[in-house]
Design a protein around this ligand. Structure first.
Ligand code: NAD
Length: 483
């Protein structure tokens, strides 16, 4: 299908197997070049939400009753199509979200891998047969689909996050309604267009729009479960809505991820991972290394090398293969990040590099990679998620202070340590409070076959991906049989 034909069709919502238009539209623009319009997308109405829920309820039982082989084959076909269109999808992802092409290409591949992994999991779902504590009774614990699931997703991984919720939900027999971020409707639409050709009508539906559409979905009593990824503040509103009606809920939220650099760290690797973790994807990653906690003995050398490497970073259009750091996703996100630069300055942090809008490239939302030095843990720039290309340096005396500082936020998503000392590693493994811990690795970059998610304020409910996904997307039934 050509882009021109898609455009003529007007990028509508997918409801009950039909493309449904709307008077209200969201116009998505390319953050690397605001003169480029990505597309105009239909905003779902309250009645669209109601129709989508009805269609999902009508389709779900037959989908759950389809053989695991059929569900597996369909997911495999989706994986194959996504992988075969890798370059084209990566271009669209960079164009709409603003991450550079190499990162988009990796995201598209991961999306294909996730569908392929859950294609396998669809035929692997098993229950448990146990002896009863009583005579002449057998017990089986079987797993079944939860029903209709609503997915509310952010813009920063506009293909892979919807995929890593959709693929397990479908594998286990649920019907899915996706509400992608209003900033990346285009990628949500592309995913829906692919799935619409591989699935029966109503099994996967797309509702585009801003928070109101997400809220209507979360409030609907016909939605059995909601899986959300996004900010803590949206998460608390969603939790209130879903809990009020007794729905099932899973949430992955923000991070303020520390990378500890100890005195004996491999300096070259520590700098490389700090650069990748803090500035790639323009710092717009939930697992970004936004706090660099550095032992006093290596502090000055680390900061000097880091600043040297930061000066080499090429900020530019996301679709230019020579760019290393793309723009921020939107004017709002850029302003918010610049506000934090002011907050940091007022708090007395030292601005060692960056902190400015870059307007010499194309009309877009570019910002220079930024480093604050001489910061302290209590400052807002070390407590609040900035979600931009901004890192802070916190100097510490040793491993105990490093871990205590790393744990000193409301978040607990990912944490890393760079060291070659076994006792440091053992202490870090034991004491760090985060859902994911990285030893001599960046805080970013995770696998799809193991649990993903945060603790403390970063996550709520069962983890995502791997076998953990079945905890959320299936429900158990315990069956007693007289023998
Ligand atoms: P956001 O919370 O603003 O929006 C996320 C989604 O929620 C969007 O689709 C939005 O339209 C929707 N929404 C907004 N208000 C709503 C409401 N009242 N009811 C229902 N839905 C509503 O987040 P964002 O700016 O899109 O994404 C950035 C945030 O996501 C950051 O905090 C980042 O750390 C987090 N994130 C977390 C992970 C993770 O796995 N932990 C991964 C990626 C991003």
């Amino acid at each position: 299908m050509t882009a021109a034909k898609d455009q003529a069709r007007g990028y509508d919502n997918l409801i009950g197997g039909e493309w449904v238009g709307s008077r209200d539209r969201i116009v998505s623009i390319n953050p690397s070049n605001t003169a480029d319009t990505v597309g105009s997308y239909a905003v779902a109405t309250a009645s669209d939400v109601g129709h989508a829920v009805e269609a999902a309820r009508a389709a779900q039982e037959a989908w759950a009753d389809a053989t695991p082989q059929e569900r597996s084959d369909r997911l495999e076909a989706i994986a194959a199509e996504i992988q075969s269109r890798r370059e084209e999808l990566a271009y669209q992802l960079s164009r709409e979200e603003g991450k550079v092409l190499s990162e988009s290409s990796a995201e598209v591949l991961k999306t294909a891998h996730v569908f392929r992994y859950f294609s396998g999991e669809a035929v692997r779902l098993s229950g448990e047969h146990v002896r009863s504590v009583r005579q002449s009774v057998d017990v089986d614990v079987v797993r079944r689909a939860v029903g209709v699931v609503g997915l509310v997703t952010p813009w920063n991984f506009p293909l892979s996050i919807p995929a890593w919720k959709t693929a397990p939900a479908l594998a286990y027999g649920n019907a899915v309604i996706l509400k992608p971020s209003e900033l990346t409707c285009g990628m949500g639409w592309i995913l829906a267009e692919i799935l619409s050709r591989h699935l029966p009508p109503g099994v996967f539906q797309l509702l585009m729009g801003a928070g109101e559409v997400g809220a209507a979905l979360c409030e609907s009593p016909g939605v059995d479960a909601v899986s959300f990824t996004g900010s803590v503040s949206t998460g608390s509103r969603i939790a209130a809505a879903v809990h009020a009606r007794g729905g099932r809920l899973q949430m992955e939220m923000g991070g303020k991820n520390p990378l500890i650099v100890m005195e004996d760290a491999d300096l070259r690797l520590a700098v490389k991972y700090a650069i990748g973790g803090a500035f790639h994807s323009t710092g717009q990653r939930c697992t970004a290394s936004s706090r660099l906690i550095v032992a006093a003995q290596i502090h000055d050398r680390f900061v000097a090398e880091l600043l040297g490497a930061m000066r080499q970073l090429r900020v530019g259009s996301a679709v230019d293969p020579s760019s290393q750091i793309g723009p921020m996703v939107s004017e709002g996100q850029l302003r918010r990040t610049l506000d934090y630069i002011e907050i940091g300055r007022k708090e007395g942090a030292g601005l060692a590099l960056g902190g400015e809008r870059v307007d010499s490239i194309l009309p877009g939302f570019y910002m220079s990679p930024t480093l604050f030095v001489g910061t302290s843990s209590a400052q807002r720039i070390n407590q609040e998620e900035i979600f931009g290309p901004v890192a802070t340096i916190i100097r510490v005396a040793g491993i105990d202070e490093a871990i205590a500082t790393a744990n000193d936020t409301r978040y607990g998503l990912s944490a890393g340590i760079m060291t070659n000392t076994l006792s440091h590693v053992l202490k870090f493994r034991k004491k760090i409070r985060s859902g994911m811990a990285m030893i001599n690795l960046p805080t970013v970059g995770t696998d799809y076959h193991v649990p993903f998610g945060g603790s403390s304020g970063s996550g709520y409910g069962p983890k995502e991906l791997g076998v953990a996904a079945r905890e959320f997307f299936t429900a158990t039934r315990t069956i007693y049989t007289a023998t």
